[in-house]
Design a protein around this ligand. Structure first.
Ligand SMILES: [Mn+2]
Length: 335
């Protein structure tokens, strides 16, 4: 359990469990959860109304921050990532037009509905089962507002499970997933935690939320990772054979016959030379241009995406990895 979880309400529960009625806590938590979802719902609703009034947009990426870091097995810095990524997206050092000519200042291209208040909810003793449902609910609130599509800023990789679950449930069927990562994140559980950032894709595959799962950039995988991959029919592309697979991976077509395509980008898919601000440094990764080539050439209806595992506490003083994470987010705007 993290330092944050040991504070406040959790400490009080331990100290004085017999004297605190369970209903008192449950009712209070329910009010805080309602208030948390209300701001996201109303922001999404306003942005959706504005875009529908403007017209001419069939898909607008909408930023949803999920500052959750406590399901990491090592460092918890990804909890601080979303504001740093937003800061880099709007940083004056670069212009707001993407390589593909998309204008980020245009709300028909990019909107923002804010962060799920993860730390505030945990401060009130809200547990992980409930937190995962609140994340799923927040994603659904964005998807309810055509033409908004969630572009989720993590957070550690545990958040991809509740996000993909929400996308699949909302669309009424499985999606195809393109997952860029040094790690397969497919342990049945890690250190006893079924919500671990190293287990999110086991939960996704068990839940039937994905038809195909393509993992690209893999270079830290053990026997269990391969066995679990086989068990779930995962297509694992390892870095040691990337030069052989490159041509195919840079010309992917996904999502035919399913409800859409989800892209999950762990910043550590990149070689640490390009992105040092991650919790798990794994040499031998993709170059930034490799990732751009894969994403630019992908033929798919991208219904939602995430950028996870950026750890500002490991970044260079000039925020180089924040800029990398921001440009990854920009590249995931596929409308
Ligand atoms: Mn990773």
């Amino acid at each position: 359990m993290s330092i944050i979880a040991k504070r406040g309400v959790h400490f009080m529960q331990k100290l004085n469990a017999a004297n605190v009625p369970a209903a008192l806590l449950e009712n209070g938590q329910r009010r805080v959860i309602d208030a948390s979802l209300t701001l996201i719902r109303e922001r999404a609703k306003l942005k959706g109304e504005l875009l529908r009034a403007l017209g001419g947009s069939v898909a607008s990426a909408s930023l949803l921050g999920v500052p959750l870091g406590h399901n990491s097995s090592f460092l918890q810095g990804p909890a601080f990532a979303p504001p740093r990524i937003r800061e880099a997206i709007w940083c004056g050092s670069t212009n707001s037009t993407t390589e593909e000519g998309k204008e980020l200042n245009d709300p028909r291209v990019l909107t923002d509905v804010g962060d799920v208040p993860i730390q505030e909810l945990r401060d009130c003793g809200v547990d992980d089962d409930k937190l995962m449902h609140i994340i799923s609910e927040s994603v659904k609130l964005v998807m309810e507002e055509y033409p908004l599509r969630p572009l989720v800023l993590g957070g550690d990789h545990s958040i991809s499970f509740p996000v993909v679950r929400a996308v699949s449930e909302k669309l009424g069927g499985p999606v195809d997933i393109l997952h860029l990562d040094a790690h397969p994140d497919i342990y049945h559980a890690f250190e006893g935690n079924k919500y671990s950032h190293a287990s999110s894709f086991a939960r996704i595959m068990e839940g039937g939320y994905a038809r195909r799962l393509l993992q690209v950039g893999i270079r830290s995988i053990n026997k269990e990772g391969r066995e679990q991959g086989q068990r779930f029919g995962v297509e694992q592309y390892e870095m040691r054979t990337f030069s052989r697979d490159r041509q195919m991976l840079e010309n992917l077509k996904l999502g035919e016959g399913v409800k859409g395509v989800y892209i999950s980008v762990d910043v550590d898919c990149l070689d640490p030379a390009f992105a040092p601000g991650v919790s798990h440094i794994e040499p031998g990764g993709l170059s930034f241009r490799d990732v751009l080539n894969i994403l630019h050439n992908l033929q798919a209806d991208v219904v939602a995406a995430d950028v996870v595992e950026f750890n500002p506490q490991r970044d260079t003083v000039d925020g180089m990895t924040a800029m990398v994470a921001a440009k990854l987010a920009d590249t995931l705007i596929t409308n």
